[in-house]
Design a protein around this ligand. Structure first.
Ligand code: Z5A
Length: 211
């Protein structure tokens, strides 16, 4: 690979795509191989970034505008990259991260409508130019993803269908990103059982990272 640091691998997809499950399986596999690594997620990963996560994800009455949301995700990322991700990578530990800047492009950019150039500039500023070596995009139909979430077992009602529309847009955004960065972002069908999905993940990390 010729990297001056350990590999940085990110996991992306809509809700219920199984990205967190796959990250856990890869971490178990790496632990079994004795490969040093840490796992983390966005937003979050440090005490300050976790506070921003709470601010972003807890329900509130006041409307949070897309611009506010963008700045908060980027603020959490700026802290996470500098306080956690880079120190781990430069000390030789691979980093497996549940979501990174592609989520901002898909959610705040494509889905909420903030323009691409601004998102790219903000992503680059917050991440200090750090780009994942490999990104997995677990692709699944939003209705199928929805049915996997806790407490959901039937077809979505009207309000929930609006959410599904939103996730359809996010999915489309992710697929566009993949088409624009085919060398970095690997699309994997997230619909099959988790062990089957993981066979693909293992194949890719073996081929790309020698794991
Ligand atoms: N967000 C943003 O807008 N902008 C940004 O820049 C960033 C984030 C970084 C928090 O994300 C929110 O932040 C998210 C995007 C936004 N909002 N939304 N939506 P998060 O990653 O913390 O939360 P999440 O998107 O809701 O992910 P999740 O709940 O962790 O879901 P998942 O990772 O896709 O799935 P999972 O936890 O692996 O699996 C869900 C369930 O399905 C679970 O019961 C599993 O056992 C089951 N599962 C998993 N794989 C399978 C397979 N293959 N078959 C059957 N069942 C499975």
């Amino acid at each position: 690979m010729g990297l001056a640091r350990a590999p940085f691998v990110t996991f992306e997809g809509i809700e219920g795509s199984g990205k967190t499950t796959q990250l856990g399986l890869l971490s178990e596999y790496l632990a079994g191989q004795g490969i040093p690594h840490v796992v983390t997620r966005e937003p979050g990963g440090t005490p300050v970034a976790d506070e921003i996560r709470r601010l972003l994800l807890s329900p509130r009455e006041e409307r949070v505008f897309p611009e506010t949301e963008l700045l908060l995700y980027e603020a959490a990322r700026a802290q996470h990259v500098r306080a956690f991700i880079l120190p781990a990578l430069t000390s030789g530990k691979a980093v497996l991260c549940d979501r990174f800047f592609d989520a901002t492009s898909a959610y705040q950019g494509f889905s909420r409508g903030i323009d691409d150039a601004r998102i790219e500039e903000m992503n680059a500023f917050a991440s200090g130019g750090l780009v994942p070596d490999l990104t997995f995009l677990f692709d699944i139909d939003p209705e199928a993803g929805f049915l996997r979430l806790p407490g959901r077992g039937t077809r979505p009602d009207r309000i929930e269908s609006e959410t599904i529309e939103f996730h359809r847009k996010v999915r489309e955004g992710y697929l566009r990103l993949q088409a624009g960065h085919p060398d970095r972002i690997v699309r994997i069908d997230g619909a099959p059982p988790a062990d089957e999905v993981f066979r693909h993940v293992r194949g890719w990390v073996a081929a790309r990272l020698g794991w």
